[in-house]
Structures are given as structure tokens and as C-alpha cells.
Design a protein around this ligand. Structure first.
Ligand SMILES: [Zn+2]
Length: 129
């Protein structure tokens, strides 16, 4: 099974982040262990996504999935490997429950949803939901 586009809706998003943060990615570490001020990591900056691409490849992404994922990262402010960790996925305000329609689209909630009326056909009882 292919990986799909890597974004924070992907079930393996956390795994991807952990790997990008770890030794095969940016390798975040404190030069003086325990001292946050000495935090350092490996990133070529600019628009370099070498680590992200290598990890996505290792996770089974296809070339087109990698391209789409990188476009997503860039759109979210993740231009280089470390910025993916700093900027991508942080714009989600709060987890929202999404409903998916049969066509696979996310149903939009109405601003003023009308109350739903359900009539019990056996008793004739009307219930407002
Ligand atoms: Zn960077």
C-alpha cells in the first residue's frame, strides 16, 4: 500500500515527524545535554528537504506523493527540513470532527443548522434532534 500524501491527516504523520526530528533526519540534539540553549540540528535550510524526502521514500511514498507532500509542506511554511517540524501542522486550530460524504468530500457544517425532525412511524411521536 502506498503512503499517500504526507500531511497531518495522514495516519503516519506522527511517525514521519518523529523520524524527521530523529537521527536519520534533522537529528535535534543539545550540545550540552540538558541545556536547551545549546539545541542544534542538521538542516541545509533554504528549500532543502533532503531528509524529508529520504524519510518519505523509506516510508514507501511514490514520487508523485513526495512531490505533493513537499508542495503541502511549502504551502504551510515548511521550506526546509527543520521548518517542516517548526511550521507544518501547527496551523490546525483544534481538532474538528469531520464528516465525510459518500463522494469523499468533507461535509461543511451549516452556520444555522435547522433542527431535524424525526417522526416515529409506529407511534406518531415527533422528536426534534
Ligand atoms: Zn531548516
Amino acid at each position: 500500500m502506498s503512503l499517500g500524501v504526507m500531511n497531518h491527516d495522514n495516519p503516519r504523520w506522527q511517525e514521519f515527524r518523529d523520524r524527521l526530528e530523529g537521527p536519520e533526519g534533522c537529528n535535534f540534539r543539545e550540545k550540552i545535554p540538558g541545556d536547551r540553549e545549546t539545541l542544534t540540528w542538521d538542516c541545509k535550510a533554504g528549500r532543502d528537504k533532503t531528509h524529508a524526502i529520504a524519510i518519505l521514500t523509506a516510508m514507501g511514498a511514490t514520487v508523485s506523493e513526495i512531490v505533493a507532500s513537499c508542495e503541502y509542506f511549502t504551502a504551510q511554511g515548511g521550506f526546509c527540513d527543520c521548518e517542516i517540524l517548526f511550521n507544518v501542522g501547527t496551523r490546525r486550530l483544534r481538532p474538528t470532527r469531520r464528516r465525510t460524504t459518500r463522494r469523499g468530500l468533507v461535509a461543511r457544517r451549516r452556520k444555522n443548522p435547522r433542527p431535524r425532525i424525526v417522526t416515529n412511524m409506529d407511534t406518531g411521536e415527533v422528536t426534534e434532534l
